[in-house]
Design a binder for this molecule. Structure first.
Ligand code: ADP
Ligand code: MG
Length: 695
């Protein structure tokens, strides 16, 4: 019933004009409701600040003090501009240091009160913080909002400061807080003893004490989990009540399949193949998630179902998120099928770069059933693609596709069996959130004979050492990647920086090597040509933006440098690292980073310490929460603003239990008393509900 607040633009909140409104859009805040649901990423208890004299070196801490001196200078060798501010709180002094931020002089006037948060170090016998987060306290009102209480620390975007946001949040709550309405049905709330939403939202932004703040977060999390679970169960029920194809997969076929590989399938692969075989035999449509670390051999398993379908006279579709990956899968499948026992199966590639005439021919072969296995990108779900008898669907890197896109491909068949794959390990808790506890297969074993991968951390100053190692590997005949992150907020600048680095490499560090650059703004054909050359060993060093992230498979590439590694999430780092160590040689992953937060520091330590994707995933989820976990697209996970399955398993389980009870009593929410819930789901998860309605 917050529908009304969702319709009020934040421009009606005091302090938000057209310019700020645009900045808020970067935080995905457009309405008053969005703003009230912009939750802090952490809290600082500033009721009793630690006196500077008592801070612990090596720890991340926040301190408050008055500006005593302000100075600027240039370092003599790197020509960096250094700003130093001396803060004094009566008990002691600390120096705060920033680099290349000349505008700071506008804020740190002598006598101003400042709060800084960062890692405390001891340098030449003085306490200091390098590049701390800072807030300058300007007024009495500022002081009340930013000191002497438990202070929320919000996610920010350029141009929006903590202080400003706290102020705006306050005027927003004062003006609109009363209009917050509960979406959870009152009987359910009463039964579970849940507070009203209004008080919870207030506690989240203005906690009275940590206990009430935590209880409020829990309450909102429950609500988010609950509606998400109901929608997922509805969707699942609507699939499972359909009639699918009972494939007849014989044991003889399975034997033929396993024998056709030059290697022995791992135990884990065999187990998953048994799961899939079992599902395919049922008249109920399969909807199975296959998880496995990069390189664990998922494609082999996916291929099993494709061939089983084709062998039985049906058709299979294999959808990958990029042209490069689709082509790679296509080539691998063709090679496998070529002169083995399945040589009669015809394999097609449907990509958007096909010429019209070729495309028409492929479409024809798909339509008349000649094509047994069709590999492709999003091109597979365009309207003019019709299958004669699509009975099996594979979705690779499922989080790159929306729920709707997945459904579109399935709708090209008659309730086909669907296998969705992910190389981003999904921690068990998130998996339950997304898929319930059903139909998940895991390959938890890497095929034998692979090299190991060691990961090391370097600061920017030490980066030369890392590049020495790269040169050494190249001299030994290996190939290398350098990954440069491009983030949305500063896309142009980052791209320029990446190109700049590439030019430098070409003229100095790597002038004797064959090097190339690929980035997201290049033409597809150009990228593909470079990738082909790299695969063929004609390029020693590939500088790339994150276009590398998925799937690229070059066994001779064994070393990777990741610049600004702290900008990547853990799952992403793990994915990137998965590109090396795919062959017999040991891999070396060199992270160049100077993390600015404690979380950032911990993330780096975690990635250096382990190569176990599931451990890393769990950790990533704990730190970043589910909304960020897969990146922007997916899943209605974006609707989980605070709920985090990694840290709130108990809340998730309660929500699941309630959601199950509700849907068991009223499978499609047809009863009058549940109409409100149906309406809420229609609003929060429109695609889910549309699919349920359609099915
Ligand atoms: P994923 O899709 O999980 O990243 P792939 O299926 O692409 O992994 O497999 C990675 C590589 O390992 C491929 O070259 C594949 O041929 C090989 N491979 C797969 N299974 C095995 C196995 N059981 N033994 C040896 N090599 C394997
Ligand atoms: Mg079936």
């Amino acid at each position: 019933m917050n529908g009304n607040l969702a319709d009020i633009s934040i421009q009606f909140v005091k302090g938000v004009g057209p310019a700020r409104k645009k900045l808020f859009a970067n935080l995905e805040v457009e309405s008053v409701e969005d703003l009230l649901y912009l939750f802090p990423r952490r809290y600082e208890d500033r009721r009793n600040m630690i006196p500077i004299a008592q801070v612990q070196t090596g720890e991340w801490q926040s301190i408050a003090g008055t500006v005593r001196t302000f100075s600027e200078r240039k370092t003599w060798h790197t020509k960096k501009q250094v700003t130093e501010v001396l803060l004094d709180d009566g008990s002691g002094v600390i120096v705060c240091v920033w680099f290349n931020q000349p505008y700071l002089k506008n804020y740190f006037h002598s006598g101003k009160k400042v709060v800084c948060y960062g890692r405390v170090d001891l340098y030449k016998n003085r306490l200091q913080m390098i590049s701390p987060e800072y807030e300058v306290i300007e007024s009495e009102e500022d002081e009340q909002l930013n000191l002497q209480r438990i202070v929320p620390v919000y996610p920010l975007t350029r141009g929006i400061t903590q202080r400003y946001l706290r102020k705006v949040m306050k005027s927003c709550l004062d003006k609109y807080g009363d209009q917050l309405r509960d979406e959870l049905p009152a009987p359910l709330r009463r039964r579970l003893g849940l507070d009203e939403i209004r008080g919870c939202i207030t506690q989240i932004h203005y906690p009275d004490d940590p206990e009430r703040q935590e209880a409020a977060i829990k309450r909102v999390s429950f609500e988010e989990f609950y509606f998400f679970q109901v929608s997922i169960i509805l969707r699942r029920m609507s699939i499972k009540q359909k009639e699918g194809i009972a494939h007849k997969v014989t044991d003889a076929f399975s034997l033929r399949f396993c024998d056709a590989f030059p290697f022995e399938l791992t135990k884990a692969q065999k187990k998953v193949i048994r799961d899939v075989k079992e599902d395919m035999g049922q008249p109920v449509p399969m909807l199975r998630l296959l998880q496995g670390d990069v390189g664990s051999g998922k494609t082999v398993v996916a291929l099993y179902g494709c061939l089983a379908a084709a062998d039985g006279g049906h058709q299979a579709a294999f959808m990958a998120p990029t042209e490069i990956l689709a082509r790679q899968h296509y080539e691998n499948i063709c090679r496998f099928v070529a002169d083995g026992p399945f040589k009669d199966v015809s394999v097609e590639l449907l990509s958007s770069s096909l010429k019209k005439k070729d495309r028409d021919e492929v479409l024809q072969r798909i339509a008349d059933g000649q094509a047994g296995i069709v590999v492709g990108t999003h091109a597979l779900i365009t309207e003019d693609v019709t299958f004669q008898d699509l009975s099996y669907v594979v979705i690779d890197e499922q989080h790159k596709f929306g729920v709707r896109q997945r459904a579109l491909l399935s709708e090209k068949g008659n309730n086909p069996d669907v296998l969705i794959m992910t190389a981003t390990p999904i921690p068990r808790t998130l998996c339950i959130t997304l898929y319930g506890d059903l139909d998940v297969s895991v390959i938890n074993e890497i095929p034998p004979g692979r090299g190991t991968v060691e990961t090391q951390h370097y600061t920017h100053e030490e980066a030369d050492k890392a590049y020495d190692l790269v040169r050494r590997r190249i001299r030994e005949g290996r190939q290398a990647y350098v990954v440069y992150p491009i983030i949305e907020e500063s896309e142009k600048l980052d791209l320029k920086a990446a190109q700049e680095m590439f030019r430098k490499f070409k003229t100095s560090l790597f002038k004797d090597q064959r090097i190339a650059l690929v980035h997201g703004k290049m033409k597809q054909a150009e990228t593909e040509a470079i990738m082909r050359d790299f695969k063929a060993g004609k390029i020693d060093l590939l500088v790339a933006t994150t276009v590398l992230e998925v799937g690229v498979d070059v066994a001779n590439a064994t070393v990777m440098v990741i610049e600004h590694a702290d900008r990547f999430g853990l799952a992403q780092l793990h994915q990137l690292r998965g590109r090396i160590g795919r062959g017999e040689h040991d891999g070396l992953c060199l992270l160049v980073a100077e993390p600015k937060t404690q979380d950032g520091q911990r993330r780096l330590e975690a990635i250096c310490a382990t190569t176990d994707g599931f451990k890393i995933a769990q950790y990533d989820l704990e730190i970043r929460g589910p909304g960020k976990y897969f990146g922007r697209h997916q899943h209605g996970l974006n609707e989980l603003k605070v709920a985090n399955p990694a840290t709130q398993l108990d809340v998730l389980e309660l929500a699941r239990k309630e959601a199950k009870a509700l849907t068991a009593a009223d499978p499609f929410l047809k009863k009058n008393e549940n109409r409100e819930i149906r309406r809420v789901i229609g609003r929060r998860y429109p695609t889910y509900l549309a699919m349920v309605a359609a099915g």
